[in-house]
Design a protein around this ligand. Structure first.
Ligand code: VGL
Length: 194
């Protein structure tokens, strides 16, 4: 088994002070960095994704519902798009950007230099992925379901994720488990919007 860690969307806009801040987002950045220090040998590769929006159409709204429409976030060229400063970039070998002109919740829509995340992982011999990052109920969920579709073994490290709302986070966890994704630990419970 060759395992990679996939760090999804740990970007400033999804953390405290950002335009789509999730409670516990910055803590997730810190905890992933700690986790990487203590589990260095477990992963053959560590990669990350970023939401990378130019004009993603009705993914952005003036009056967002926080389910299908959102305040502008992770706009290319803004600080909000940057990976969080407390996320240790050292172990991250490749960053896959997604969503320039449309919503792209799944990290598997991401590319680096034209190569898709799934192809990059397969090219590097990866057959199993652990997923951490933001947000449990949207991009982490979508990435985990796509990872399964792409044929990878998948675990979601819930203690290294944070969700937008409690209800959608619980629904996401149920859906992931029903689909065959192994979950590890407990998610940080969101208190906003829920
Ligand atoms: C995300 C809401 C909107 C995420 C992205 O990264 O989970 N959530 N866009």
């Amino acid at each position: 088994m060759t395992r990679a860690l996939l760090v999804v969307d740990v970007q400033n806009d999804f953390t405290e002070g950002g335009s789509l801040a999730v409670d516990g987002g910055a803590e997730v950045a810190v905890k992933i960095s700690e986790y990487l220090r203590t589990t260095a040998g477990e992963y053959a590769h560590v990669v990350a994704t970023r939401d990378h929006h130019v004009d993603p159409g009705n993914h952005f709204a003036e009056d967002p519902d926080y389910v299908d429409t959102w305040p502008a976030h992770c706009v290319v060229g803004t600080g909000g798009e940057e990976l969080h400063s407390r996320l240790d970039r050292g172990p991250i070998e490749a960053v896959f950007d997604k969503g320039e002109y449309a919503a792209a919740y799944s990290g598997f829509e991401g590319r680096i230099d034209g190569t898709s995340l799934a192809d990059w992982l397969r090219d590097h011999g990866v057959d199993t992925v652990d997923i951490a990052g933001l947000t449990t109920d949207h991009c982490v969920q979508a990435s985990a379901l796509d990872a399964l579709q792409e044929g990878f073994g998948v675990r979601v490290l819930l203690n290294l994720t944070a969700g937008v709302t409690e209800a959608t986070t619980e629904a996401a966890i149920d859906r992931l488990r029903a689909a065959g994704v192994e979950t590890v630990g407990q998610v940080h419970r969101p208190v906003r919007h829920g």
